[in-house]
Design a protein around this ligand. Structure first.
Ligand code: 6PG
Length: 239
């Protein structure tokens, strides 16, 4: 069975500190910790707090991406590029620990290429089982690069899928599919700011006949955690 837990923090800094401590707890004592990270504001959140986290040992980490944009790594829109620029100089991770796309490929080929790279990361597994997947959520309820009403939500025979019409620019991306996200041992959504309050009310306390992408994330065997700050959680009614 799976479980869902909502954690509300007074500020993004306190959320990030707890998220970093969770990363320490989940990755300690293992020689191989495979996680998938999202882009957007999560990069700043992690790079601000990880360096201060006691007991953090990323030696066994392999970092893949929930989704990635088809832009050069030098582009500020590149998720890997941002993690590299913000975490590698701090000595927290080395470039070789990241599993990156090949942004020079056409988007369909980039998806196939990334699928192969994930198969190397998870040898013998048809479906990668990440130790931890950290997702963001858009105001429209998208997560990774899975957008409301998009055919990608129905894809079950792929690990990584291409998208060329992302409503959130840049338009060309590759994204993990729902089966991979839902196979993870643990999924943590991170959402901060009052701009997410309305969508979080819909996702966490609404009844939708056609669930939004973030509402379709329910790990089959794993844990589901929501890390929110108070502004993002302000429309939620406590049980
Ligand atoms: C991306 C992310 C995307 C992001 C949400 C929330 O690369 O854009 O994967 O899914 O997590 O759009 O972004 P913010 O946290 O920046 O609002």
């Amino acid at each position: 069975s799976s479980s869902r837990q909502i954690c509300v923090f007074p500020s993004p800094a306190e959320l990030a500190l707890s998220l970093s401590q969770l990363l320490v707890h989940e990755s300690q004592g293992t020689c191989s910790f495979r996680l998938a990270l999202s882009g957007g504001s999560l990069v700043q959140l992690l790079s601000r707090e990880l360096p201060k986290t006691a007991g953090l040992n990323t030696a066994g980490w392999k970092v893949a991406f929930c989704d990635e944009r088809l832009v050069p790594f030098s582009d500020p829109e590149s998720t890997y590029g941002e993690y590299k620029r913000q975490l590698v100089p701090l000595g927290l991770l080395s470039e070789s620990q990241f599993v990156t796309i090949d942004p020079t490929l056409p988007v369909e080929e980039a998806a196939v290429d990334y699928t192969k790279k994930l198969q190397e990361l998870f040898p013998g597994d048809d479906l990668p089982v990440f130790d931890l997947v950290i997702l963001g959520i858009g105001p429209d309820g998208h997560t990774a690069s899975l957008f409301p009403g998009h055919p990608l939500l129905q894809v079950t025979d792929k690990v990584v899928a291409p998208i060329s019409d992302s409503p959130k620019p840049p338009p060309q991306r590759v994204t993990l599919t729902l089966p991979v996200i839902n196979a993870a041992k643990m999924v943590v959504f991170v959402a901060t700011g009052e701009g997410k309050a309305t969508i979080l009310k819909r996702i966490l306390q609404g009844e939708e006949s056609d669930p939004l992408p973030a509402a379709r994330v329910y790990p089959v065997h794993g844990k589901l955690l929501w890390f929110l700050d108070e502004p993002a959680a302000r429309e939620l009614t406590c049980p």
